[in-house]
Design a protein around this ligand. Structure first.
Ligand SMILES: [Zn+2]
Length: 185
């Protein structure tokens, strides 16, 4: 979860704002680990964002139709449902407003998140934000560690609470190794 996607999102938002352009910031309401109504980057930047879910998507769509936004930026898009993403895609086309989604591709079990699967199916473009595993290789997977320091590989795709995600390479995801030496934390 450390590839800097929230930082990138806030930088793009800043670029629009500094050109006097109007943006709308949304985030999945599922992820409340850091804040329910803010996008928080690991570098300490933060900004208000509207928490989006299946219950309020129609209100958000109405807002998009009424206001002329220059860009809509959506964080934690992996947690959005297919329904929400298809609604946003429809608004993207009918209101002619660009939308940029930021999220993880796969969950800690190694499978695509529902939101990410839908985006892979329908989005115009993709860009990978690169980060590295502790071994120096490209990190492509996410390990989930619970508060007891155990690596969790099975369960519900959305697993928050008192846990920590680690971006690791495929090899160390398979081995379940979030650190160089698991006994040397
Ligand atoms: Zn590695």
């Amino acid at each position: 979860m450390n590839a800097g996607k929230s930082t990138e999102l806030l930088q793009i938002d800043h670029n629009y704002q500094s050109n006097n352009m109007k943006t709308l910031l949304l985030k999945s309401s599922v992820d409340t680990r850091f804040s329910e109504t803010e996008i928080v980057s690991r570098l300490g930047l933060k900004k208000q964002a509207y928490p989006l879910n299946d219950d309020n998507i129609n209100d958000v769509i109405n807002d998009i139709k009424k206001n002329h936004y220059h860009c809509i930026l959506i964080d934690e898009s992996q947690f959005l449902s297919k329904h929400v993403i298809l609604k946003l895609a429809d608004a993207c086309d009918t209101c002619d407003v660009p939308m940029m989604f930021f999220g993880l591709k796969t969950d800690y079990t190694g499978h695509l998140f529902e939101g990410s699967k839908t985006l892979l199916e329908i989005a115009d473009n993709f860009r990978e934000l690169k980060t590295v595993c502790w071994c120096g290789k490209k990190a492509t997977m996410n390990l989930l560690e619970n508060s007891q320091g155990e690596i969790i590989k099975q369960g519900s795709p959305i697993h928050l609470g008192d846990t920590e995600y680690h971006s690791v390479c495929r090899r160390h995801w398979q081995l379940g190794q979030a650190y160089p030496d698991k006994n040397d934390k």
